[in-house]
Structure formats: structure tokens, C-alpha cells
Design a protein around this ligand. Sequence first.
Ligand SMILES: [Fe+2]
Length: 286
Amino acid sequence: MPLALRPLHPDVGVEVLGCDLSHPLDDEQFQSLLDAYHRHSVVVVRGQSLAAPAQAGLLRRFGTPKISQRKEFHVPGTPEIGRVGNTRHPDGTPSAFLDRYGNLWHSDTASDQHVDGVTMLYCVMTPQVGGDTLFASMGRAYETLPADLKARIDGRTVVHNFNQHNDYLLARNPGSAQPLSEADRAKWPDREHELVQRHPVTGRPLYFISPTLVRGISGYSDEQAQRLSAELVAHATRPEAVYRHKWQVGDLVFWDNRASLHSASPADYQGGQRLMHRGYAYVHYA
Ligand SMILES: [Fe+2]
């Protein structure tokens, strides 16, 4: 039987109902989960009791998991899943990666050449205050973009670079990111992407831009490119276009990084604890 859906926002996000992910879905159910992911960009499944191996199994049905370099935060025995949050071991050392990179609008995919990627978060602990995640649809953003702005971006390419994002965070808030050595910087080359794209499954046009990684847009000076990037992101993330997810323990949320932007709210949990199990997979379409 196909799964039942409940939209969470007119533009982005859908909740899947009556779904137990602790056992593998049959092919028809997985297909309806995949359809929901393509059509709504962000999928929420509440009330789950999901061991890390089951989450990794679901991730593998989407594509090829990317293993985080932060081995110390892997869930033991399941390297596809990493711990993200502010929890600590009894000796006081962090037991999860406190990700301050995410408190800005971005796509997890923009530092890669391959832009089809699913990020999957499972909520183990959530604070009373803070820790929300915000989402915006880039397909809806393109549809509602004023014609003059559409004309300014059609046929352009955008160059993204992770080093620029890292430098920005360091300059804005020292300590919020790691200074990178030249050897580390070399691991993050420029990535050139089409600014206007069609989703490979739905065919829906969208624009792909991750503002703090933008080094340039073809045909524009650096200053013009930064202004244009800011306009495009401001349009995509205007308050009425944003779905804000307030986490509950047992939520599984996954999103299409080609078709959406997301942002964490500030990582001040006022003494609360947050722990997510995070997976990421490259998705390959024929
Ligand atoms: Fe992110």
C-alpha cells in the first residue's frame, strides 16, 4: 500500500504517515517515500525508533553513503552514520560534532561536483529551546522569481568553493570553524554548477546556489555576483516560503540538496542537549 502524506507547508516539506522504518520498506513503500522526496524536497517521518544500522540501510537505498572524515563521531559499527550535536562523554570530551557550519542558508552538496545528495537526520535528543532546522524550496523559488531576475540568471554558471565558506565563518565568528592548512584547502577545489537547472526526476526548473560558497557567477563581476547571489537567496528564503522544523525525539528528516536550501537556527540550546544521527548519500539517476 502506498504511504499517506500530509503537506507541512505549501512550498516545501511533507510528512509521511503510518510508516515504520525499523524494518525495511517493501519496494512500493520505498518508491512512495522516494516520490515524496522528489516532489516535496523535504520529508519528515515522526515517531520512529531507528537503530543506526536501519538508518544506514535506508540511506543505501537512496544512493552511495559518504563516510564522514570525523571517525571519532561515527556511531560504533555504523560508519555511514555520524553523531552531530553538543553531547559529551563522561570525561567531558565531545561525543558528537557540534556543527556551526550550518547556521546559514546552504546546500550540503555545493562543495561537491555531484549535486544530487540526500542528507538524513534522526533525532535522538533535542533541547527545549533552539535547534530548529529551516528549509526552502529552490523549485518554488524559481517559479516565483520576477522575470527580470530570471533573465539575469538563465544560462549562467556559478562557482562554489568550500574554502570561502570556511573563511567567512572564521572572519564572522572566530572559533566557529577550523583554520585550514594549504594542504586542506587543496582538497576543496572550485566547483562550477549550472545556476539554473532542471531536477533530473521531476524536470522542475530550479536555481542552485549556496551563498557563502559563491566565488563568482559567469558574466558578472565579483561584486555583482555577490549582490545577485544575495538577491536570489533572499527571494528563496523569504519568511513565507520557509518551513521551520521543530524537532521531536524520533523524527527522521531527509532532504534533497539539489532542490532545497536549509539552515540551522543558532546553536545556543540554553543548557539543553541535542543529538542527531546524520547520514549523507550521493544519489545517482540514470
Ligand atoms: Fe547542512
